[in-house]
Design a protein around this ligand. Sequence first.
Ligand code: ADE
Length: 266
Amino acid sequence: MKIGIMGAMPEKIDSIHALMSDVETIERGGRIYHIGKISGKEVVLVFSRWGKVASATTATSLITEFKIDHLIFTGVAGASNPDLNIGDIVISKCLYQHDMDARPLMPRHEIPLTGITFFKADSILIGKASAAADKLLATLSEKIPVSMLEKFSIRSPKFILGTIATGDQFISDREHTAAIMAEKPETDAVEMEGAAVAQVCSDYGISFVVVRTISDQAGHTSELDFPLFIKEIARLYSEHMVKNMLDEEESITESGACEAAAALGV
Ligand code: ADE
């Protein structure tokens, strides 16, 4: 069993790389794939690059060339759900592409030739990510200096299982967020890769989960020191989430998704 780990920031790759042993590095298509082990489990770690095409290409290589069985994506996202704050975690239950519009040929948001609008994450991986988030958030002040948490007003961070909207735009104005919410009010967070990676995983029958730390409020926040947030907060979130997920004893295996999570009341 081999687990692909995609990170949406080079800083996150460096932190997760530090957890790895027996590392071999291979370059393909301008991406650097790190093959090795974390907690005795075989992994392939790679920087996704940004946007739907770049991340879908990276995911395709992970699956077809590096033969991964499961995929974990870690990155940051903007919150569209007003109950989410900077430092909260969104674990994907479902993902869709907010900029997909092939009307009048297909319904709004439906991915052509698939009949799919929402890609559902794997329920076992969702469970692992939830346990990992629980563990991280319970001990956050041991992992990140309190002064840094204070700087970003991270006081009692939570995680949710939610709906993630992906598109080739960084959402930085309220009107854009409002337009996305008007069409799909259940959207919790916006980012630029998740549903593209999910589409590739769906095509190849690979189980996946996307884990995003909220870095901004998608046009509703004033100034945020984004590079500092990545370096001091999001990087550590990703490192501990991956470590906690892979530390668990039981193997990561495939199963259903959204409905299973819903049945659990999550
Ligand atoms: N990633 C982090 N914040 C984002 C935003 N506001 N829009 C798109 N992707 C993001």
